[in-house]
Design a protein around this ligand. Structure first.
Ligand SMILES: [Zn+2]
Length: 78
């Protein structure tokens, strides 16, 4: 059975959204490689934004509805 690296299972607990981590050196974008950039990326359509409610989902993205207080609280805790 093959394991897909990018799960398309929208019901998986941690695949709805992911924290975007820097893929470039700190002198390039201000973040070290692997450091969270503060951006959140939708795992459905791969669109990203600073606020989960502002992600410009694709029209056919399965997660367009996924705007929840859970995520808002989690990422705006500070
Ligand atoms: Zn999406």
């Amino acid at each position: 059975m093959m394991q897909s690296q990018s799960s398309k299972d929208a019901l998986a607990p941690d695949t709805e959204y992911q924290v975007v981590r820097s893929e470039t050196p700190v002198w390039d974008d201000g973040f070290k490689i692997g450091e969270p950039t503060g951006m959140i990326q939708c795992c459905g359509c791969e669109k990203r934004a600073l606020n989960i409610d502002e992600i410009p989902h694709d029209p056919d993205c399965a997660q367009r509805w996924a705007k929840t207080d859970f995520w808002r609280d989690r990422f705006n805790a500070d």
